[in-house]
Design a protein around this ligand. Structure first.
Ligand SMILES: C[S@@+](CC[C@H](N)C(=O)[O-])C[C@H]1O[C@@H](n2cnc3c(N)ncnc32)[C@H](O)[C@@H]1O
Length: 176
C-alpha cells in the first residue's frame, strides 16, 4: 500500500492482487466499497449485471464514474438501500493514531475503520451472499475475522500474497 500524491488512491499492488482474485466471481449484483479509481468495480461489471461503487472521496468517485454508472458518496454502504450477491472492499488497513489519509489509515490496530465498513456492509447482502475484503499482516486482522463471525459469517482466508514488508490477505465471509 502506498502513500501517493494523487487525490485518489492510484491502483497499487494490493489493488492488482485483489482485482485478479475477483476476476472469476460471478453473480447479479455487486457493491465495491471504497472504490477509489474504480478498478475493482470495473472488473466486477464484466461479470455482474448491477454494480454500485461507494467512496467518501468525491475526486475518486468522479474518476470511478468514467466507467461505473452507479457511484455514491457515503460512508461504507450507509446510503445504499439494496442487497448484493457480492460486496468487496480493499480496506484502508494501516494502523494509525489519526485519520490523515483516509485511503490508507485504518486507525487503531488498522481495524477501526475496517470494522465500521464491515458492520455497514454486513446488512446489505443477499441470502448466501459473500463479503470479501483485503487487509494485511500489518493490521490485527484477527479481530476483523472475529467481528465477521459475530455478525453471522463463516470466514476463510481465501488468498495471501507476501510482499517485501507485509503480507496481503484476502478474507472471504459467507452468510451462514
Ligand atoms: C486502499 S484504497 C482502495 C481503492 C480501490 N478500491 C483500489 O483497490 O485501488 C481505500 C479506499 O477506501 C475509501 N474509504 C476510506 N474510508 C471509507 C469509508 N468509511 N467509506 C467509504 N470509502 C472509504 C478511500 O477513500 C479509498 O478510496
Amino acid at each position: 500500500m502506498q502513500k501517493e500524491s494523487s487525490n485518489y488512491y492510484v491502483p497499487s499492488e494490493d489493488s492488482i492482487f485483489f482485482d485478479d482474485y475477483l476476476k472469476n466471481k460471478t453473480g447479479q449484483s455487486a457493491l465495491d466499497i471504497g472504490t477509489g479509481s474504480g478498478i475493482l468495480a470495473n472488473t466486477l461489471s464484466k461479470n455482474f449485471a448491477f454494480v454500485v461503487a461507494t467512496d467518501i472521496n468525491t475526486v475518486a468517485l468522479v474518476k470511478a464514474h468514467e466507467t461505473i454508472d452507479n457511484c455514491i458518496c457515503c460512508n461504507a454502504a450507509d446510503a445504499v438501500h439494496a442487497s448484493f450477491d457480492l460486496i468487496v472492499c480493499n480496506l484502508p488497513y494501516l494502523p494509525s493514531d489519526k485519520l490523515l489519509d483516509p485511503a490508507i489509515d485504518g486507525l487503531h490496530d488498522g481495524t477501526e475503520i475496517p470494522s465500521v465498513i464491515i458492520k455497514s456492509a454486513s446488512s446489505r447482502l443477499e441470502k448466501n451472499g459473500k463479503m470479501v475484503f483485503l487487509t494485511s499482516s500489518l493490521a490485527k486482522y484477527d479481530s476483523l475475522i472475529k467481528l465477521s463471525e459475530s455478525l453471522g459469517f463463516d470466514v476463510t482466508i481465501a488468498a495471501k500474497k507476501k510482499l517485501f514488508y507485509e503480507e496481503l490477505i484476502i478474507i472471504e465471509c459467507t452468510k451462514n
